[in-house]
Design a protein around this ligand. Structure first.
Ligand code: NDP
Length: 451
């Protein structure tokens, strides 16, 4: 497909999950590829998202394990926790992955420009250095950026971009939002010993997840000491001389005091200042790049994948989109992406995970459904004198017996759900689940024992 008229066959803007996958697959198909990245190769997931977050979840979980250890005969005399040790180890792992992603690009002969690139026409970009580059195809994979709502004192708050670099563990944390990032960091800080208050503008947490699981998470996390303020938009944040932050909430007479305020109010597509107007690229209401089923924008030579298109803001989806784009445009292979049945998880403590519609959604989509559930106390919790219960729900189409959805909260729910999602995607029935012999003793066996 090499075209001497252009400097490259493909120029990718953004070396995150979608951009790196598209670059290396296109290069594998023989395309001459270059990628521009203004921050670090790896993108949000690797550098300041999923990966370092999961390591912090692991790190904080030791609190519970150490507490339980005595029951199992271990003498744990005095435990202390050192935030800089965990923080630096996590950041070192991020460095390792940054190197690994960079070497993947090198191995595939993808040229890297570690600077910002803006589009100046349907087939050309300008780098921050001023150099202009032409390409037959341009792929925008610039991801999304944390939303910082407008309120006085917002400059005293941090987002998920900064939270991995804190100098010290905050004694008191206020988190704005009750979505993925808020609930994951509420769990991390709570387990590490911080006093956590989650504040949301609405009356709920984790909108989009099944109600029964959200209720269970609320109940367990409140018992663990996380405080909630619902229907409480931020009014202002005031910094006192001693650096204490006063978080004033609308309609509340007194502020909540904090050492750090983490704002996790969603992520907007990263399209500002990219020069998209120079190629006539149509944007949607949230500033997202509008694409068709083939990731093509309104400018035929420019494509977009991942969070910048604001379809499903999940890393594995961006990777699939990057792969499908490169296979189709440079490999002549057509691979359709199925956006139904995408499993997802929240690494809260305990974690929750789901695939398929919630009970409410299923009722309105299918009319007649059957709901099976298992509300159980995991063996480990019983032995550890923990009252926390797991909850699994299975939603079945009453007409066909097909399993439409699974929703779970409890230890290891994301690990269990990933495997079970294969069965849901394959269209298996409740009878198929029932016909599978239980693997005992495990939590996952509840899946084949549901009444
Ligand atoms: P979410 O969309 O999950 O949650 C946003 C939260 O902020 C909600 O509670 C919402 O309230 C509230 N909110 C939205 N807008 C405003 C506003 N203007 N002012 C105040 N509050 C507001 O976003 P996150 O930032 O937590 O995460 C961003 C995305 O990153 C997620 O959607 C997810 O796709 C991805 N992600 C995935 C993870 C995973 O797979 N485990 C982990 C982390 C992030 P309400 O909706 O109640 O009105």
């Amino acid at each position: 497909m090499a075209d001497a008229q252009f400097d490259y066959d493909l120029f990718v803007i953004g070396a995150g999950s979608g951009g790196v996958r598209a670059s290396r697959i296109a290069a594998g198909h023989g395309a001459r590829v270059a990628v521009a990245e203004e921050y670090r190769v790896g993108g949000t997931c690797v550098i300041r998202g999923c990966v370092p977050k999961k390591l912090l979840v692991y790190g904080s979980h030791f609190a519970e394990e150490l507490q339980d250890a005595a029951n199992y005969g271990w003498t744990v005399e005095k435990t202390t926790f050192d935030w800089p040790t965990l923080r630096d180890a996590v950041l070192r792992d991020v460095d390792r992955l940054n190197v690994a992603y960079t070497s993947t690009l090198e191995t595939h002969h993808v040229e890297r420009f570690l600077e910002r690139a803006v589009i100046i026409g349907p087939n050309s970009v300008r780098l921050a250095s001023g150099r202009e580059i032409t390409a037959k195809v341009i792929l925008v994979a610039t991801g999304a950026w944390p939303v910082m709502p407008e309120f006085a004192g917002a400059e005293h708050c941090i987002t998920s971009n900064e939270v991995f670099h804190l100098e010290q563990l905050p004694r008191r944390v206020v988190i704005s939002g009750a979505g993925y990032i808020a609930m994951e960091f509420a769990g991390i800080f709570n387990a590490l010993g911080s006093h956590v208050t989650v504040v949301n503008r609405s009356e709920t947490l984790l909108r989009g997840y099944d109600q029964a699981l959200r209720d269970r998470l609320l109940q367990i996390t409140m018992a663990r000491g996380i405080q909630y303020r619902f229907n409480c938009p931020f009014e202002k944040v005031v910094k006192r001389e001693d650096n204490t932050l006063e978080v004033w909430l609308k309609g509340q007479p007194d502020p909540v005091l904090a050492d750090q305020v983490l704002v996790a109010a969603g992520r907007n597509p990263n399209t500002a200042g990219l020069g998209l107007e120079n190629a006539g690229i149509v944007l949607g209401e949230r500033g997202e790049i509008v694409v068709d089923d083939h990731a093509q924008t309104s400018c035929p030579s420019i494509y977009a994948v991942g969070d910048v298109t604001d379809r499903v803001q999940l890393t594995p989806v961006a990777i699939r989109e990057g792969q499908a784009f490169a296979d189709r445009v440079f490999g002549g292979k057509h691979v359709a992406i199925d956006y139904s049945c995408i499993p997802s998880a929240v690494f809260s403590q305990p974690p929750l995970a789901g695939v398929g519609p919630t009970e409410g959604e299923a009722r309105s989509q299918y009319g007649s459904i059957k709901v099976y559930s298992s509300d159980f106390r995991p063996m480990k919790n019983v032995f550890g004198h923990r009252p926390e219960r797991g909850l699994y729900k299975m939603i079945v189409d009453a007409a066909t017996d097909k399993v439409l959805a699974l929703h779970m909260i409890g230890p290891d729910a994301p690990e269990i759900l990933q495997a079970a999602a294969i069965a849901v995607k394959a269209g298996l029935t409740k009878a198929d689940f029932d016909a599978t012999v239980a693997l005992h003793p495990s939590m996952a066996e509840e899946l084949v024992l549901m009444k």
